[in-house]
Every structure is written in C-alpha cells, then in structure tokens.
Design a protein around this ligand. Structure first.
Ligand SMILES: N[C@@H](CCC(=O)N[C@@H](CS)C(=O)NCC(=O)O)C(=O)O
Length: 209
C-alpha cells in the first residue's frame, strides 16, 4: 500500500505512526498537497492529504476513515481506538479534540502563509488561535498520567503528539513547554518511540512559499 502525503501534515503523520506501530509495511508518495495539486487531484478529489492506496488500487481518503480501516485490519486487541463502549467513546472524544485543534492550527497557518501581511484577518487569526488553545488546554487538563486515556497508549496519544509536533513546526510562537507542560512531556515520550521517529518530516517537506 502507498501512503500519499508529506510528514509535515499531522494527519498524514498519525496514519504513518499507526502503520509503523501495527507493523504494516507501506511505501510513501511524498508529493505536496500544494506544489503537486494536479497529481493530488487524480488521487483524491478533495486535493487533500492523507490518502492510502490499498494493494488492489482502492483509495481511502481522510485520516479518520484510514485509521478505522487499519484498526479493523489489526483487530480489536491491537487497535489504538477501542471497538466499542465507554473506552471507545473516551478515546474518540480526546482524539476529536486533538484533531479539532489540528484543524484550527492549520487554519491559522494557512491564513498566515497564503495572505500578504496586509491582508491577514487578525480577528480570524485570534479566533483560530483561541480555539486551538482551547483544545490544548482541554487535553492538558485530562492528562494526569503517562497517557491520555485508559492508562495505555491509544490513538488519543498519537493524535495529541502529532498536534504538538505540528505546533512546534508551524506555530512556534506558542511555547508548548511553558503553557502545556504535560502535553510537552507526552510529546517527548511519543517522539522517542520508533514509530514516531520513522514518521518525522524531512527538511524538504515544507509548504511552498
Ligand atoms: N479530515 C481530514 C483533514 C485533512 C487535512 O486537513 N489535510 C491537510 C494537510 S494537514 C490538507 O490536505 N490541506 C490542504 C487543503 O485542505 O487544501 C483528515 O483527517 O484527513
């Protein structure tokens, strides 16, 4: 199978981390969602990443649907999101807050990146930042042990760590270590794991200017 997208995307990254964690072999097509939009449109009608091209050619899009498929492939005993019940709801709630914060971080980054300084809408920027920080504060408040949920490593940790990695990369004016020390230590713990190291963005995986 082929994972499409660059590792500066936290969504691509969380899929890659899950693939490595599960020991599922894959290739990667690191085309840029912006620089290679034509090629991307032929893979994903939304021109977004990630996509996962399965061995029979079927293309899965959206990290939620891709991770759901991978969890089904490995089975409930190994899945990073529990299959049902309170445990599933709990992990999904925390994961949803982390993906929501990623969305707002992304909106903030795009506003800054694609507009000339004079055209940036400061009110929108502030709103995105407040929403992102709301998500970060929520997660920080729920982290009272090594992991976010169920006393073990779950998809909530993967996604929260991908969020922190993205903020450090693209929203570096947020001082994560000072404002969110528990998330900073979760991130450090996760980034030391081989599945995270294997999905680290290379210097050339950047947004075009
Ligand atoms: N809900 C989607 C969000 C994917 C997403 O926002 N990807 C970003 C990169 S991090 C993207 O493709 N941005 C380009 C665009 O939306 O035009 C998912 O979970 O896969």
């Amino acid at each position: 199978m082929i994972l499409v997208g660059q590792y500066d995307s936290p969504y691509v990254r969380r899929v890659a981390i899950a693939l490595h964690h599960y020991g599922i072999p894959f290739e990667r097509n690191p085309i840029s969602v912006f620089g290679d939009a034509g090629q991307m449109a032929a893979i994903n009608p939304l021109v977004r990443i990630p996509s996962l091209i399965l061995d029979d050619g079927e293309v899965l899009i959206d990290s939620v649907a891709i991770l759901d498929h991978l969890d089904e492939v490995v089975g409930p005993a190994r899945a990073l999101t529990p299959r049902s019940g309170d445990a599933r709801r709990h992990v999904m709630q925390l994961t949803a807050v982390a993906t929501g914060a990623i969305d707002k971080a992304g909106a903030l980054v795009y506003e800054r990146h694609f507009h000339a300084a004079s055209a940036i809408n400061d009110a929108w920027l502030t709103r995105c930042r407040d929403q992102m920080c709301g998500g970060l504060a929520y997660l920080e408040g729920r982290l009272d042990g090594a992991w976010l949920a169920l006393g073990r490593f779950t998809q909530a940790d993967v996604t929260a760590a991908a969020l922190i990695g993205y903020i450090k990369l693209r929203v570096s004016d947020v001082d994560v270590a000072r404002a969110y020390p528990r998330l900073a230590s979760l991130s450090a713990r996760c980034e030391a794991m081989p599945e995270f190291a294997a999905a680290r963005p290379r210097p050339e995986e950047v947004m075009p200017g």
